[in-house]
Write a protein that binds this ligand. Structure first.
Ligand SMILES: Cc1ncc(COP(=O)(O)O)c(C=O)c1O
Length: 441
């Protein structure tokens, strides 16, 4: 048995040995198409020599220097590239080592912002059910994945509360128009502010496109502007978690670009470094930074490995490749092909209730009864069965249960690298089709 504390302690996972493009090769020589980029991470595919070279160059020159003493060129250039043109008013970047760390940084920065501007009574965050913001205690407390929260509930902070997500397939009433549904959700957020005391709320926090927990759920048009209006009315910040859906995954560098809002603080991670190095970050609006600069003069947070030179060099190379190779256009083109292929293959499938997503970020939600939208018994672990069958077909997709409430519901995510070609998309859907038929008929 392995000495690693693996996710599954009864069964060691296969040993992955190499990766090239979309293909991962295991130690036994078997190959799988990485159709989900792990968990929507491997955005430019595996083994890109340009990134490997950038990592080697940086490690040779300087692997580490503490940020108390130094900044480094790679971090500065990465920040320039991300916020140099002030997208949506975001003017500064801060780099950490994961999505969860990015969320912690966002929560603390938002709290500090209100201390700086003389509103110390603000201590609450409102997030959404069926969200995931990370596994560290702050991020876990913020998240609305009830199953993941439950075991740790006694040790989570009490400053977090949750409202409904914008989840049309599961939560819009039958006769409700999109506009009425959005208005209902805005009223619910407003009521939550009122319940908490509007001047006690620091921020409303949401994934721009919900990732793992509910499975690639994009908001309805008008939803984010409506939520932003509630935040603005009560002087709270808007924090958008783009750890999974951002950095090009949905076709624009930032998912909020298609939502007619921009956040005060945004978190990024997976597609930032594309898996070549562990790196996450926050992008921060100028007015938030200015409050700190004109106030205490410091961001009171820090990690030993923040803005790590090698991680920043890798992310810089990845981001240059996304721009230089025109990969966002490919995300849109291949995303359209993926959507069409999924609808063609699964649109009439009796056990596929919903097909949803944006860009190269798609999910299939499985149901036992399509007309009633009734999910499978969670004990059947349908999503895991599809994952195993898909691996048997040589394709890796990202499985998740608890789609509806953290306990019931099954979906899988298909999120191939942005470099996917038409034949890759076709092969992925063909293999996934066989896998779904094998797993659930
Ligand atoms: C939306 C979202 N936020 C935060 C996180 C946490 O990121 P990490 O696993 O890198 O800590 C994730 C991870 O899946 C995520 O999907």
């Amino acid at each position: 048995m392995s000495r690693i504390l693996h996710r599954d302690l009864r069964r060691d996972p296969a040993v992955a040995r190499s990766g090239r493009g979309l293909v991962l090769t295991a130690a036994d020589g078997s190959e799988v198409i990485d159709a989900s980029g792990g968990a929507a991470v491997a955005c430019i595919g595996h083994g890109d020599e340009r990134v490997v070279e950038a990592i080697a160059r940086q490690a040779r020159a300087l692997a580490y220097a503490h940020t108390v003493f130094f900044t480094c060129e790679a971090a500065e250039e990465l920040a320039d590239l991300l916020v140099g043109d002030r997208p949506g008013g975001l003017s500064h970047a801060y780099f950490v080592s994961s999505g969860s760390e990015a969320m912690e940084a966002a929560l603390k920065l938002a709290r500090q912002y209100f201390l700086e501007i003389g509103q110390p009574q603000r201590r609450r965050f409102v997030a959404r059910r069926q969200s995931y913001h990370g596994n560290t205690l702050g991020a876990l407390g913020l998240g609305g994945n009830m199953a993941r929260r439950e075991p740790y509930a006694p040790i989570l902070a009490d400053c977090f509360s949750h409202v409904s997500p914008c989840f049309p397939y599961r939560e819009r009433a039958e006769a409700e128009s999109d506009a009425d549904y959005v208005a209902r959700l805005a009223a619910e957020l407003d009521a939550e502010f009122a319940r908490l005391g509007p001047d006690t709320v620091i921020a409303f926090v949401a994934e721009t496109v919900v990732g793992a927990t509910a499975g690639c759920v994009a908001a309805l048009p008008g939803y984010f502007p409506a939520m932003r209006a509630v935040c603005d009315r009560h002087g709270a910040l808007l924090i958008l978690d783009e750890v999974m859906c951002g950095m090009g995954r949905t076709g624009t560098l930032h998912a909020w670009e298609r939502e007619r809002v921009s956040p005060d603080i945004q978190t990024i991670a997976k597609g930032l470094g594309g898996g070549y190095q562990p790196i996450g970050g926050i992008l921060v609006a100028e007015r938030v930074v200015r409050a700190l600069a004109e106030g205490s003069g410091a961001y009171k947070h820090g990690h030993t490995y923040q803005a790590h030179p090698v991680a920043c060099a890798a992310a810089l190379a990845v981001q240059r490749i996304i721009r230089g190779d025109g990969l966002l256009a490919n995300v849109d083109a291949m995303g359209a092909r993926l959507e069409a292929a999924l609808r063609d293959r699964f649109g009439h499938h009796a056990k596929v209730g919903d097909i949803r997503g944006r860009g190269l970020f798609w999910a299939l939600e499985f149901v036992e009864d399509k007309a009633m939208r009734r999910s499978f018994d969670p004990a059947l672990r349908i999503n895991d069965r599809v994952k195993v069958a898909a691996l048997g077909e040589g394709v890796a997709i990202y499985p998740m249960g608890g789609t509806i409430d953290g306990r019931t519901g099954d979906h899988v995510i298909i999120a191939p690298p942005y470099v996917a070609k038409a034949e890759d998309i076709d092969r992925i859907v063909e293999r996934l089709g066989r896998a779904v038929d094998t797993a659930i008929g």
